[in-house]
Design a protein around this ligand. Structure first.
Ligand code: GSH
Length: 220
């Protein structure tokens, strides 16, 4: 079996505020990997050179030492787990717990992120109401799948937390912009969001998101 690539040969194309890139950065910190974080080229997402790297045009992208690119944050998480089996694992022991961690990543991807991405485009009032309803429904689903934390599955950070912590950060920011407390009727989610935000790897990456956001606001 070929040895895993040396970590300094790996790069993650990422931007501070992207919740999808943030989940991979949390994993990199938790696994204590030395992976270079670089921004996408100017002109992203329409830049042709970037489309040569990831034809789907999205960040994050993991570049391996031989130039091979892997994209889709959930796939990158799995790849890091396979490439660095000696690093602290982000999948819990036990088939069912591992399934639950992966399922919660899907919950973030299917129930939380799509309405938030659509809301970020600032649609008209009826569409905003519909999307907020969808997001609240997604949060209610999550509320039934977790307890108050600090971790979503078991007693250690897992893929689930890597995905959920940035998604819930984005939910807080979305709610603040709209003047509503989106976590008002989901006590498990509210407690979990506060508790997981204390994890050392999560604290660092959420601070990067906050910082990136304030820069965007200043530029905008
Ligand atoms: N399913 C993808 C979603 C990634 C994604 O949507 N990234 C955003 C930034 S947060 C992006 O690259 N948007 C540019 C675009 O869609 O053109 C993943 O999990 O990596």
């Amino acid at each position: 079996m070929a040895p895993p690539p040396a970590e300094p040969d790996l790069q993650l194309i990422s931007l501070p505020v992207s919740p999808f890139a943030a989940r991979v950065r949390i994993a990199i910190r938790a696994k204590r990997l030395d992976i270079q974080i670089t921004p996408p080229p100017a002109g992203w997402p329409n830049d042709a050179r970037f489309r040569d790297i990831n034809p789907m045009g999205r960040i994050p992208v993991l570049i391996l030492g031989d130039g091979e690119a892997i994209w889709e944050s959930a796939v990158i998480l799995e790849t890091l787990e396979e490439l660095f089996p000696a690093a602290p694992p982000l999948l819990p022991p036990g088939v069912l717990a591992r399934a639950r961690a992966r399922l919660l990543v899907r919950c973030a991807d299917h129930e939380l992120m799509p309405p938030m991405i659509a809301l970020a485009a600032q649609p008209d009032e009826p569409e905003t109401r519909r999307l907020v309803g969808r997001l609240v429904d997604g949060l209610a689903i999550l509320d039934g799948l977790i307890d108050g934390g600090p971790y979503a599955v078991g007693d250690r950070l897992s893929f689930a937390d890597c995905a959920l912590a940035p998604a819930l950060f984005a939910a807080r920011v979305t709610g603040e912009r709209l003047g509503i407390d989106l976590l008002d009727s989901t006590p498990n989610v509210a407690d979990y969001a506060a508790a997981v935000a204390e994890d050392a790897s999560v604290v660092h990456v959420l601070a990067e998101m906050e910082d990136g956001l304030s820069r965007l606001v200043r530029v905008g």
